[in-house]
Design a protein around this ligand. Structure first.
Ligand code: AMP
Length: 392
């Protein structure tokens, strides 16, 4: 068990917290979705209400180690000031004399936001000197950015060499849910995978096969699986050279008594356009047609499996959900899962985006805030940013 915010005293202490403020911007400096800032509020408020001096740090976008005014965290500081109803002082850099002066003049309950960490190439390289400079700003380190816990960067792993390090509330919840589903899941356990990149999901399947009972597959990855079962996939997106891997998965599944379910009908279109000619086909997709969503019969049969399950982990949309005509399968299953009395864990990235579009996030047991990090957890990997935190 990792130490968390409630295991330490923050009163009067400089608390250096890694948050995930990597928010979408409209290109003119306006935040289009502040949910990542809102998600960090419980830890932020706890620290402030308990008399900590809070120094926040984050990355934003991919500035490639150079200053880029378009990726400044100023809009985040402004939004945070509104949400907290107090001034959040935004620094022009994340290290250096100005930052040190500001930090030394803080009072209890003050908040400072450092500038984008990735304006320094040393951040992603986990440069020890850079990490030491960051760490010197605080007396305690709080990790609350699950989305970067799978990366050993200066602000996630480097600083833990120098400071007592604990999980913030967001990371604590992520650990609790992912530990539960990977170590002690309530059964039956259904893993639902979709999305496009099969190679990304294979290590997840391999690691989870001895824990799950059902594996539901949708999205473009289903066509790679269906092709090895000699089903017609038409012009759908398939990954080549996966036959041996997929066959191995089927063998492992039967050895572990896991039932794998593949779509039995499909929404197909002539081209990848929202207004393209489309129809529903059963079993085989004819040449000249592209599979872009699971069909209604598949939705019904997947619902029957989900209903039996006590644990559901879902990663990857069931179709090309960004285009409305191909979003029905993803939407229907999201709605169905949200009503079930089961432990429901939604992977970050596209899956969380699809669920959020439907405003169903608060109906799930856990919405992960990390796409890559949640996949790595399910792969059974140790996330360096979590491993580096102090044990209880
Ligand atoms: P991934 O990053 O592998 O989870 O893939 C997510 C992406 O897969 C989303 O952008 C979906 O639109 C896309 N996707 C899902 N189903 C299909 C499909 N049948 N054909 C093409 N793209 C798809």
């Amino acid at each position: 068990m990792k130490k968390t915010l409630t295991d330490i005293q923050v009163k009067g202490k400089r608390v250096l917290m890694r948050a995930d403020f990597n928010v979408p911007l409209d290109g003119k400096g306006k935040i289009t979705d502040d949910s990542r800032i809102v998600a960090a509020l419980p830890s932020i408020k706890y620290i402030l209400e308990n008399g900590g001096k809070l120094i926040l740090m984050s990355h934003l976008g991919r500035p490639k180690g150079e200053y880029n005014p378009e990726l400044s965290l100023t809009p985040v500081a402004d939004r945070l000031s509104v949400l907290l109803k107090k001034n959040v002082k935004k620094m022009d850099d994340c290290i250096g004399e100005d930052v040190e002066d500001a930090v030394n003049n803080m009072s209890e309950g003050d908040v400072i936001l450092l500038e984008n960490l990735r304006f320094h190439k040393e951040e992603k390289k986990n440069d020890p000197e850079f990490a030491k400079q960051l760490a010197s700003l605080g007396e305690i380190f709080v990790e609350d950015a699950f989305g970067t816990c799978h990366r050993a960067h200066a602000s996630t792993v480097g600083v833990t060499e120098y400071l007592p390090s604990v999980a913030g509330f967001l990371v604590q919840k992520e650990i609790e849910y992912f530990e539960k589903v990977t170590r002690d899941p309530d059964k039956p356990f259904c893993l639902m995978l979709g999305g496009a990149k099969v190679a990304d999901k294979i290590p997840v399947i391999e690691n989870m096969l001895d824990k799950i009972d059902f594996l539901l597959i949708g999205g473009a990855m289903a066509y790679t699986f269906l092709k090895t079962r000699l089903k017609g996939v038409g012009d759908s997106r398939v990954e080549d050279d996966m036959e041996d891997t997929v066959n191995k998965i089927f063998e492992l599944a039967s050895a572990n008594n896991v039932s794998i379910f593949l779509p039995k009908d499909h929404v197909v279109a002539k081209e990848i356009k929202a207004n393209a000619k489309r129809k529903i086909v059963k079993e085989h997709i004819p040449d000249g047609w592209i599979g872009l969503d699971i069909g209604p019969e598949t939705v019904k049969s997947y619902e029957a499996i989900l209903k039996e399950s006590k644990t559901i982990v879902w990663n990857g949309p069931m179709g090309l959900f960004e285009m409305k005509p191909f979003s029905v399968g993803t939407r229907e299953l999201a709605k169905f899962i949200s009503k079930l009395d089961a432990t429901t864990v939604i992977g970050g990235g596209d899956t969380a985006a699809a669920v959020n579009q439907l405003k169903l996030g608060n109906k799930m047991s856990h919405m992960s805030t990390g796409g890559g990090a949640s996949l790595e957890y399910l792969e059974g990997k140790v996330l360096p940013g979590i491993a580096a935190l102090n044990d209880k």
